[in-house]
Design a protein around this ligand. Structure first.
Ligand SMILES: Cc1cc2nc3c(=O)[nH]c(=O)nc-3n(C[C@H](O)[C@H](O)[C@H](O)COP(=O)(O)OP(=O)(O)OC[C@H]3O[C@@H](n4cnc5c(N)ncnc54)[C@H](O)[C@@H]3O)c2cc1C
Ligand SMILES: NC(=O)c1ccc[n+]([C@@H]2O[C@H](COP(=O)([O-])OP(=O)(O)OC[C@H]3O[C@@H](n4cnc5c(N)ncnc54)[C@H](OP(=O)(O)O)[C@@H]3O)[C@@H](O)[C@H]2O)c1
Length: 416
């Protein structure tokens, strides 16, 4: 990495990166970095937070565990420790990622938030601009750009009438840690994805009184079927059977194990769980105990929200509920459209346009890792392809350069 700053020439410091720039030091960025390190390709990782895996470290609740068996969640070339349980806890997962970073000697540049990235046709390089905590700006210039900012980079906060006038505490699920501080309180949980279900369960376990808003429909599946992970079973069946049939089988098992959930207000979507996930990115809920609390009415299911009033919510059915606090378990979105100035590879929703398995490589040295809507197993699949692809070009370039005896950075420097 060459660095040069000349205030008379540039308004910001410029860093010429010999190798790719990876944006984001979550599991995706770490996995690509590890693959590059193994091939001897230098790189720079830019991370807006002050730690690796900031989603897991700062934006998740205490009781969180991986919801798929560990073999589907480990990153390439570094298995989970054998003593880890089948579903590692959040702390164990963070410790695993920290030892992953140590093992592959990955040292991200922290507190560097990427605010724009653009391909410069004139020089054939990416210009990546960052701002750090004290407002100072840096421009990184590189041949390859790896987008690893995640599917869940920003919280989604819906605009709901009257929310500002409500008066009680309103938090997003990413700021929820435990139900301890809500003991004895009436809490409205907005959303019934995995976060909404688990926050509601956690509130119950802390003697709070949650009501969960289910405005449309949701697939709830048992985490395990006949002692096997539901996810693993689905993946196994997909090897032999078409997706629609696997969906039907999953729903049959769900009905056998969980019973008819519609009578509790949990309407099932028209599309099957795998089809819905593949086509619309909507994750089915894997039940970890919330359903039992819904059956016993410890978690009350309520329909959509019409508006908030002072200390109250009015629902679309006209019912008014007194509530003390609101947890918005309303999901997350990608932040790529806010900073990446590119519209061929990424669509407006911040995901690659090409569906899995083709959404990892764009033009002009652009890559995306971790946007497959397949969780950590999708992360690993992308990361291996990306690091090998860059590694191959890197090695070919190196051979050429050795033949011609050209300094590796000559092409870049000539652009200034
Ligand atoms: C509550 C919760 C639980 C989950 N549980 C599971 C699970 O059990 N199993 C599973 O497979 N998946 C799970 N997921 C999905 C989760 O997204 C993945 O597990 C994993 O974190 C994806 O890794 P990633 O590196 O792609 O994204 P992230 O982990 O989100 O990492 C992206 C990194 O990029 C950084 N970043 C973002 N924007 C910028 C920027 N502009 N400049 C610099 N840095 C930036 C972020 O700070 C972050 O550190 C869960 C998600 C949530 C929200
Ligand atoms: N390891 C784990 O156990 C675990 C735990 C939590 C999360 N996760 C993962 O993290 C990701 C995000 O999950 P998530 O549950 O946070 O988000 P999500 O799956 O996107 O669910 C968001 C929920 O909010 C609802 N919603 C949004 N706006 C609303 C509004 N204005 N009024 C009422 N409801 C509204 C949605 O309803 P509609 O469907 O009607 O839009 C949906 O039920 C998923 O991939 C999930 O699997 C994993």
């Amino acid at each position: 990495m060459f660095s040069f700053s000349d205030p008379s020439m540039f308004s910001r410091r410029c860093v010429l990166v010999n190798g790719p720039v990876i944006v984001g030091a979550g599991p995706s960025g770490l996995a690509v970095a590890a693959g590059l390190r193994q091939q001897g390709v230098p790189y720079v990782i830019l991370e807006r937070a002050d730690c690796i895996a900031s989603l897991w470290q700062n934006k998740t609740y205490d009781r969180l565990k991986l919801h798929l068996p560990k073999k589907f969640c480990q990153l390439p070339n570094f298995p989970f420790p054998e003593h880890y349980p089948e579903y590692p806890t959040k702390r164990q997962f963070i410790e695993y990622l920290e030892s992953y970073a140590r093992n592959f000697d990955i040292n991200p540049l922290f507190n560097e938030s990427v605010e724009s990235a653009k391909y410069d046709e004139a020089c054939g390089l990416w210009r990546v601009q960052t701002v750090n905590n004290n407002g100072s700006k840096v421009e990184y210039i590189c041949q390859w750009l790896v987008v690893a900012t995640g599917e869940n980079a920003e919280r989604v906060v819906p605009e709901i009438e009257g929310l500002k006038e409500f008066g009680g505490e309103v938090i997003h699920a990413c700021d929820y840690k435990s139900g301890e501080k809500f003991r004895g309180k009436k809490v409205l949980v907005v959303g019934c994805g995995n976060s909404g279900m688990e926050v509601s369960l956690d509130l119950c376990n802390h003697d709070a009184k949650p009501s969960m808003v289910v405005r449309s429909s949701v697939h709830v599946l048992p985490r395990e079927i006949l002692g096997k992970s539901t996810f693993e079973l689905a993946m196994f069946m997909l090897k032999w059977l078409p997706l629609w049939l696997v969906d039907k089988i999953m729903l049959f098992f769900a009905w056998m194990i969980l019973g008819n959930i519609e009578k509790y207000g949990l309407k099932r979507p028209y599309l099957g769980p795998l089809e819905l996930k593949n086509n619309h990115g909507k994750t089915p809920v894997l039940d970890l105990g919330a359903l039992e609390k819904i059956r016993s009415r410890d978690i009350k299911i309520v329909p959509g929200i019409k508006r908030f009033l002072c200390g109250m919510v009015e629902l679309v059915n006209g019912e008014k509920l007194e509530i003390d606090a609101v947890v918005l378990a309303t999901g997350y979105c990608s932040n790529v459209p806010y900073w990446l100035q590119e519209s061929e590879f990424f669509s407006k929703n911040g995901f690659p346009k090409a569906p899995f398995p083709n959404g990892w490589k764009g033009n002009d040295g652009l890559y995306a890792v971790g946007f497959t809507r397949r969780g950590l197993s999708g992360v690993s699949a992308d990361a291996v392809k990306i690091s090998q692809d860059i590694g191959k070009v890197w090695k070919d370039d190196l051979k050429q350069i050795k033949k011609q005896k050209v300094p590796t950075h000559r092409r870049c420097i000539s652009t200034f």
